[in-house]
Design a protein around this ligand. Sequence first.
Ligand code: CP
Length: 309
Amino acid sequence: MVFEQKHILGLEELSSDEIRLILDTAESMKEVSERDVKKVPALKGVTVVNLFFEPSTRTRASFEIAEKRLSADVLNFTPTESSVVKGETLLDTARNLEAMGASVIVIRHAMSGAPWLLSRELSSSIVNAGDGFHEHPSQALLDLFTVREVKKEISGLKIVIVGDVSHSRVARSNIWGFIKLGAEVRVVGPPTMIPRDIEKVDVRVYYDIEDALEGVDVVMMLRLQKERQESGLLPSLREYSRFYGLTRERLRLAKEDVIVMHPGPINRGVELSSEVADDVHSVILDQVSNGIAVRMAMLYLVASSGGNA
Ligand code: CP
């Protein structure tokens, strides 16, 4: 199968076959990452720009490592040290970087739709590294990869996503991905943090974490964005933790071989206890390691896609 997508903007736009192709390609890329010399010439001569308008540890570092393992020329663009502070627009900034030879742009932006805007206006391939509340496709793909690696098959699994689903691009991308690959998806959180019409996309909604955990194969905790407390969606962090925090005792309601995931950064003692974060069921650091292989696959596929022919 040829990957026809020039851009990766979200999992909503990808077919189940395209998602599987990215995961299968990531398996080969993981093999590269396990060699003594962790480098292949797949993107030699290709310039990739990392355009991060929001803070990031995992995604930014992981894309940069992935690009270097593919032998790309890498430019890390820091908006606070650029002419953006003089008022240059996103589009003009990106057009200038493209004029210098960038052919793949990885963008994180607080505005939902910013990657889509670049994909319409530029001739480079655009890879979404997280846009507002919209999507975080590389995170969801590495989550799918990690689950498939442990459980072998995603179809038929029961996944519960816990927390602030309304404001989570990670949740949105994962919901698309897991549904497309045939899993049962549950969401649980305070009513103020669950989108009103989410059941339209075949998701089961719970408000009680203990009901939601019953018999699941995968628990995906979301980062609690502390700014939500200030906006009145949350009475207090302590109360949130009491009702929705993942403890060892609660985890016993899930299947015996349950895995616990979190996209990071973790608020220990809020979304989950430290003992759960570091427990044998936790695959949180495997998610981070797998992120490199998955991003290598994404970059390789967009750069060589039918859409770029
Ligand atoms: N998971 C994730 O997006 O983490 P960063 O914000 O550190 O990139």
